[in-house]
Design a protein around this ligand. Sequence first.
Ligand code: ZN
Length: 142
Amino acid sequence: MKIKKGDNVKILYGKDNGKQGVVLAISNGKVIVEGLNMFKKHVKGDGKEKKSEILTIAKPLDISKLMLVCPSCGKPTRVSLKRENGKVERVCKKCGKVIEVVVKEKEEKKVEKKTEKKTEKKVVNKSTVKKVSKPKSKTKKE
Ligand SMILES: [Zn+2]
């Protein structure tokens, strides 16, 4: 995850292009940013008890339309992910500082099962490589 809840992000697309806001929620690659990409939704009443009203709701934005604003240098930036000891660090590509240690990968899997498919695949590949690693050489040594 390059963008997560609580991040300050800049929108690169649409009617709020160039504006910044805080990420409220993320699901399936869609991000809701506080106070941005607001749309009015007309809720019709039934003419009796229920009043018709206009709700203002934040529409989810595609994660690719956002850029993280680095808390260190204050610039919108891309981040690179660095994996170390089961933790994921996000590094600002502009100033090179670690933005934060995000989470232990296992914890993130529990919360974001669908979005974590890519990392799961990588982990599986590693373990299969280990299993495959030449049983012949072992028998020679022993
Ligand atoms: Zn930075």
